[in-house]
Design a protein around this ligand. Structure first.
Ligand code: ATP
Length: 245
C-alpha cells in the first residue's frame, strides 16, 4: 500500500481545557478516495475536522495527545493559510459564504494563497464549468443563491485553492433530496479528479454510497470502521443510521 495522504494516530482533543471531545482517534485517508466519518450529534465529527484544519484553537480547543501527519509531515499547530498552501481545503458546516459579496468574489477568496493569476483563472474556469449556476450568477451577491447553490459555491470556493485533500462538513445538511443527489455527484467528480475527500455526514445513506471507507464515531471514539459497502450492509448501522430494520 502507498502511504496514506493523511494519518491521525491516537488523537485526543479537548475544549476549554476540560471537555474531552476526542478520546484517541486513529484513522487514515488514502491519497485517492473518499473517506466518510459518521456519527450522531456530538460524537466528535466536526472536532476531527477542526483538529486537521487547525481551527480547533478558534474554539478554545486543542489537540492534547496523538499525531496528525499529512503527506508524511506533522501538521500539528499549523494555521489555516499554511494548511491551504499545503493542499488542505475545507468546507465548514453551515457553508460560511459571504452573502454580500458576489459569487466571483467568494470564489476568488478561495484562491487567496495562490500567486499565479493565469493558473487561478484556469481553476476558476474549471469550477464554473462544473457549476454552471455559478457562472450564470457570477456578478450577483451570493446571498441571493438558494441553500443548495450556496453549498455548491462553498465547495467551488474550496476547489479554488486546488487542494489535494478536501474536508467537507455535512454538505447535505438541510438540503432537498434532489440537491443532495447533485452534491453527491459533485463529490464523486472531485474525487475522480484525484482529490482525496474526507466527508463528515449525518446522512449515512449518502456518505456510505460514496465512501471507499468509513468510520463510525461514538462519544469521541471510533466504534466501527470498514469499507463503505460493507458498513452499508451492517445491521447495526442499518438500524441506527439508515432507519432500516
Ligand atoms: P454535530 O453533528 O452536532 O456537529 P459532531 O459529531 O460534529 O456533532 P462535535 O461538534 O465535534 O460533534 O462535538 C463533540 C463534543 O465536543 C460534543 O460533546 C460537543 O458538545 C463538544 N464541543 C464542540 N464544540 C465545542 C466548543 N466550541 N466548546 C466546548 N465544547 C464543544
Amino acid at each position: 500500500h502507498p502511504q496514506p495522504l493523511l494519518v491521525l494516530d491516537d488523537v485526543e482533543a479537548v475544549y476549554g481545557g476540560s471537555i474531552l471531545a476526542l478520546r484517541g482517534i486513529s484513522l487514515n485517508v488514502p491519497a485517492n478516495g473518499i473517506v466518510a466519518l459518521l456519527g450522531a450529534n456530538g460524537a466528535g465529527k466536526t472536532t476531527v475536522l477542526r483538529s486537521i484544519s487547525g481551527l480547533l484553537s478558534w474554539h478554545r480547543g486543542r489537540v492534547s495527545r496523538g499525531r496528525i501527519a499529512y503527506d508524511g509531515a506533522d501538521i500539528a499547530g499549523l494555521g489555516g493559510a499554511a494548511l491551504v498552501r499545503r493542499g488542505i481545503a475545507q468546507v465548514m458546516e453551515g457553508r460560511r459564504i459571504f452573502g454580500e459579496l458576489t459569487i466571483e468574489e467568494n470564489l476568488r477568496m478561495g484562491a487567496f494563497t495562490r500567486r499565479d493569476g493565469a493558473e487561478t483563472r484556469r481553476t476558476l474556469d474549471q469550477v464554473l464549468e462544473q457549476f454552471p449556476i455559478l457562472r450564470e450568477r457570477f456578478a450577483q451577491p451570493a446571498g441571493y443563491l438558494s441553500g443548495g447553490q450556496q453549498q455548491m459555491l462553498a465547495i467551488g470556493r474550496a476547489m479554488m485553492a486546488r487542494p489535494r485533500l478536501l474536508l467537507l462538513d455535512e454538505p447535505s445538511l438541510g438540503l432537498a433530496p434532489i440537491i443532495v443527489k447533485q452534491i453527491r455527484e459533485v463529490i464523486r467528480h472531485i474525487a475522480a479528479g484525484g482529490v482525496s475527500v474526507m466527508l463528515v455526514e449525518q446522512n449515512a445513506d449518502m456518505a456510505l454510497s460514496l465512501a471507499d471507507y468509513g468510520y463510525i464515531l461514538e462519544s469521541g471514539r471510533i466504534a466501527l470502521e470498514g469499507p463503505g459497502p460493507v458498513l452499508k450492509e451492517n445491521p447495526m448501522i442499518r438500524e441506527l443510521y439508515l432507519g432500516i430494520v
